[in-house]
Design a protein around this ligand. Structure first.
Ligand SMILES: Cc1ncc(C[n+]2csc(CCOP(=O)(O)OP(=O)(O)O)c2C)c(N)n1
Length: 360
């Protein structure tokens, strides 16, 4: 192997800076940054659990929870500047919220009210995507365009381990590498794609190793270690902004709950496996570290809980509102110039609505 290709390979083990007991094993970010992360993580966990409860109450159609993998999402958004773009999947509500999208708006897709529910340009967060990996070529396009315009924009393109088997993943990586697009491909490997375990997803040594085939450096990081995530993702963003091209980052984490409320995870994984991962929880780990440093006091902990409760109440209030959608909005925001078929369908709906109105 040439030294150059070795440079593209990830480390043998995921980068870790805080061990599961919260002891620092490397150069961790400063206390203020980590304290801010802990506040965000506390709210993120509360929002996840609130959204799960709202599904049971019939206020949300479906919720893919990120309970247990919140650190990945908080870090992904935290390392971006306001002008950078985030391309989330259906599971990345928390990343979108940390980037500034109101969680009520972020969840309107999953409530069934809207295709997207927020203005992607306002906070530079693309619509959540349910088709796996289709967002990745779009993310690369945005990054490439920004580079051509000479803008300092970086794009964080997210997907799951299952997403890495899709054709779009490979096309996106290839294009990004050839054109040195400023993209960070961030794979949250949570061990399962619904019921498909990682061993059935890939025969590669790790998902980060997939970068080398495209000429993209890969890196592996402990996805339950906030400090390591901030460091690895932060470096990848800096590299991209400096014109050094894309990077592939694989976070090793675990989906603690079922895929969505429609899934029974006990059919394909053991309780003992779930219990083992509970011992590596990202919040417990960060809390232990910051308490040990004397940076986390009871007062701050109370403030974080109060913030989290406020966010949960806001989500409940928002999702308990019933909206009256305008059926014609189905045709808006699809193409800037609607196709003749869409115009025809829109006219049909308008006609039906006016006849219904006349009958009343
Ligand atoms: C193109 C495409 N094929 C299949 C599906 C059905 N599907 C929905 S979620 C999912 C598993 C995705 O797993 P992963 O990418 O690991 O993400 P995770 O749900 O674990 O976050 C599949 C196969 C889909 N949404 N899109």
């Amino acid at each position: 192997m040439t030294p150059d290709s070795r440079r593209l390979l990830p480390s043998d083990a995921p980068v870790t800076l805080l061990d599961p007991d919260g002891k620092a094993t490397g150069d961790v970010p400063d206390d203020a940054t980590l304290l801010r992360s802990l506040g965000l993580l506390t709210t993120a966990r509360r929002l996840n659990d609130q959204a799960y409860a709202l599904v049971r109450q019939g206020r949300l159609a479906v919720y893919p929870s990120s309970h247990g993998q919140e650190a990945c999402q908080v870090a992904a958004a935290q390392v971006l500047d306001a002008g950078d773009w985030l391309f989330p999947t259906y599971r990345d509500t928390i990343a979108a919220a940390v980037k500034g999208v109101d969680p009520v708006e972020a969840l309107s897709l999953l409530k069934g009210d809207w295709h997207c529910g927020y203005d992607p340009y306002e906070h530079r967060v693309a619509p959540h995507t349910t088709p796996l990996a289709t967002q990745l070529p779009h993310a690369v396009g945005v990054a490439h365009a920004a580079r051509l315009r000479g803008e300092p924009t970086v794009v964080m393109a997210m997907c799951g381990d299952g997403g890495t088997s899709e054709g779009d993943f490979h096309e996106a990586l290839n294009f990004a590498a050839v054109f040195r697009a400023p993209v960070v491909f961030f794979v949250q490997n949570n061990e399962y794609a619904i019921s498909v375990p990682l061993a059935r997803q890939t025969a590669a040594p790790s998902l980060a190793h997939k970068g080398i085939g495209y000429g993209i450096p890969g890196e592996r990081v402990d996805g339950n270690d906030m400090a390591a995530l901030l460091s690895v993702l932060g470096t990848a963003v800096e590299r991209a902004r400096a014109g050094e091209g894309p990077q592939l980052v694989e976070a090793h984490t675990y989906r603690m709950q079922a895929h969505t409320n429609a899934d029974d995870a006990t059919r394909y994984r053991d309780d003992s496996e779930v219990a083992a991962w509970a011992g590596r929880d990202p919040i417990t780990r960060l809390r232990a570290y910051l308490t040990g440093r004397g940076a986390l006091t009871d007062e701050v902990t109370k403030e974080f809980s109060a913030d989290a409760e406020r966010a949960a109440a806001h989500l409940r209030d928002g999702l308990n509102q019933d909206i009256t959608p305008n059926p014609e909005d189905l045709f808006a925001y699809v193409f800037s110039t609607p196709t003749p078929q869409l115009r025809e369908q829109s006219a049909l709906v308008a006609d039906e609505l006016s006849r219904e109105g006349a009958q009343r």
